[in-house]
Ligand binder design. Structure first.
Ligand code: NAD
Length: 477
């Protein structure tokens, strides 16, 4: 099966661009080259910007029902093409094929949801204080959007931006990750084959800093949406400020998992092991710091270690693989630094702790016990398959430690005590909290963080709202 044909999408045309420069896309399971990605020149970016203005002028006037019909057709095309797109997603990103298929299924779900929700963007009529005056609140698409997304979910990160913008009546120019461009391009092809007008969706690749500074300097975009790390999010927000561009920031996290002694420990371990090693831990809402109440610490840590050590690590295309490689070689060194720091801090290595093969960027599912809060891994986002476990004694201590970092994306807890759950629900500082599960994402619920993890939800009515402006009109006749 051949890899996606790599190209830029500008003004409805698939093009190799005019820079003459390319970047090699690599399969992280084998280190083999998959293809050469064309990089956009400044002239290509200018063409994309103009196309996005033209596309917006057409799309904002297109009735929501027609927009939804094109989105539905796109969803069906993606379903028909699922086998090929999912296999290529696995080849460029590394995650197991079953996870790639689930991700693509979730992306299609998001696409359909935004398509339908676009039909329910209502304004309202506010009774006036003056007889004969009509007061109308109007919700309108904000304008051309620019978006930048990380590589860890090549389908869903892209779709949350693209479907939100397109469902709301905006145009969008997106730069997906240069490490995982094929999935974004396949999504773009489905939109174009479904009849999306030229310029409504533009896809560019290149040097990220050059692209974002050039796009942000233009007067055309009215909104910037970013999924990635906290430092880059802060940098982009500064660039957007000069043009008073609205931002949505989906940034990093460091999710605490609080396991109380009254919890169903077997269920907690099952959930946590599955969640921790999903996508090799390269998930912004990955369960990250496991704080376990003393009475159940040994039971939890032992069962966690036993299950983690049984996971099959390998090429995501192999049927038996539970966990694939890290996105690239550079991430192995990051894991080794976390390990060296934790071990020198007195943590116990329960399983794993090292790279597994030299032919791909594989790192073993790792469990560390008795990790203290001053270890690097308890403070910085690991974005990898290392699970640090630590003890706590009281509810107050657990809450205080859960809240001590600047991040505030997801948090999890396992308890059967309703009073404990109520305390967590009001005291934990996170955009999303799941009690007795790790489920925080669906098309119809708001996904997003607080504090340094960003702002502006994706999905749900809140997600749609971020692509809309509010205008107020009075009429007296
Ligand atoms: P990163 O911020 O370095 O890169 C993310 C993306 O931004 C990449 O595609 C990169 O090409 C692009 N980028 C980098 N510099 C840029 C610039 N100056 N202008 C425009 N784009 C730029 O992050 P990473 O380490 O590659 O990705 C992982 C991070 O993303 C983690 O912190 C993770 O938590 C976060 N993330 C957050 C969410 C969420 O929804 N909150 C989802 C997925 C990933």
């Amino acid at each position: 099966m051949s890899y996606e044909e790599l190209a830029l999408l500008i003004d409805g045309r698939w093009t190799q661009g005019t820079s003459g420069k390319t970047e090699t896309v690599v399969n992280p399971s084998t280190n083999e080259a998959l293809g050469e990605l064309p990089l956009a020149s400044i002239a290509d970016l200018d063409e994309a910007l103009e196309a996005s203005q033209k596309g917006f002028d057409v799309w904002r006037k297109t009735p929501a029902i027609q927009r939804q019909m094109i989105m539905e057709k796109t969803a069906r095309l993606l379903e028909e093409r699922m086998d090929v797109i999912a296999a290529n997603l696995t080849r460029e990103m590394g995650k197991p094929l079953k996870e790639a298929r689930m991700e693509l299924g979730a992306a299609i779900d998001v696409l359909r949801w935004y398509g339908e929700e676009g039909k329910r963007v209502y304004g309202r009529v506010v009774p006036s204080r003056i007889t004969g005056m009509r007061q109308t609140v109007k919700k309108e698409p904000i304008g051309p959007v620019i978006a930048f997304v990380a590589w860890n979910f090549p389908a869903i990160n892209v779709m949350r931006k693209v479907a939100g913008a397109i469902g709301a009546g905006c145009s969008i120019t997106i730069k997906a990750s240069e490490e995982t461009p094929g999935t974004c391009i396949a999504i773009g092809r489905a939109f174009m084959d479904a009849g999306l007008p030229a310029g409504v969706l533009n896809i560019v690749f290149g040097d990220p800093a050059t692209i974002s500074s050039h796009l942000c300097a233009s007067d055309i975009p009215r909104k910037l949406s970013f999924t990635g790390s906290v430092p880059i999010g802060k940098h982009l927000q500064k660039l957007a400020a000069d043009k008073m561009m609205r931002c949505t920031m989906e940034l990093g996290g460091h999710a605490p998992v609080l396991v109380f002694s009254d919890a169903d420990i077997d269920a907690a371990v099952r959930n946590c092991v599955a969640g921790k090693y999903r996508n090799a831990g390269q998930v912004c809402v990955s369960p990250t710091r496991f704080l376990v109440q003393e009475a159940v610490y040994d039971k939890f840590a032992t069962a966690f270690r036993d299950q983690a050590s049984k996971l099959v690590v390998g090429d995501g295309l192999a049927e038996k693989t539970d966990m694939g490689p890290l996105i690239a070689e550079r991430r192995i060194e990051v894991m080794e630094n976390f390990m060296a720091d934790a071990l020198s801090n007195g943590s116990n290595l329960l399983t794993g702790g090292e790279r597994l093969s030299n032919s791909g960027s594989f790192f073993a599912p790792t469990v560390l016990g008795d990790v203290t809060d001053d270890a690097l891994i308890m403070n910085e986002e690991p974005f990898g398959p290392i699970a640090p476990i630590s003890r706590f004694s009281t509810l107050d201590e657990a809450i205080e430690r859960a809240n001590r970092l600047p991040f505030g994306l997801a948090a999890y807890a396992f308890t059967k005590n309703a009073k404990t759950a109520a305390a967590l629900s009001s005291e934990i500082q996170s955009g999303m909290l799941a009690i007795n599960s790790l489920m925080v994402a669906s098309a119809e619920t708001p996904f997003g963080g607080i504090k340094d993890s960003g702002y502006g939800s994706e999905g749900s009515i809140e997600g749609m709202e971020t692509f809309l402006t509010t205008r107020f009109v009075t009429e007296v006749y």
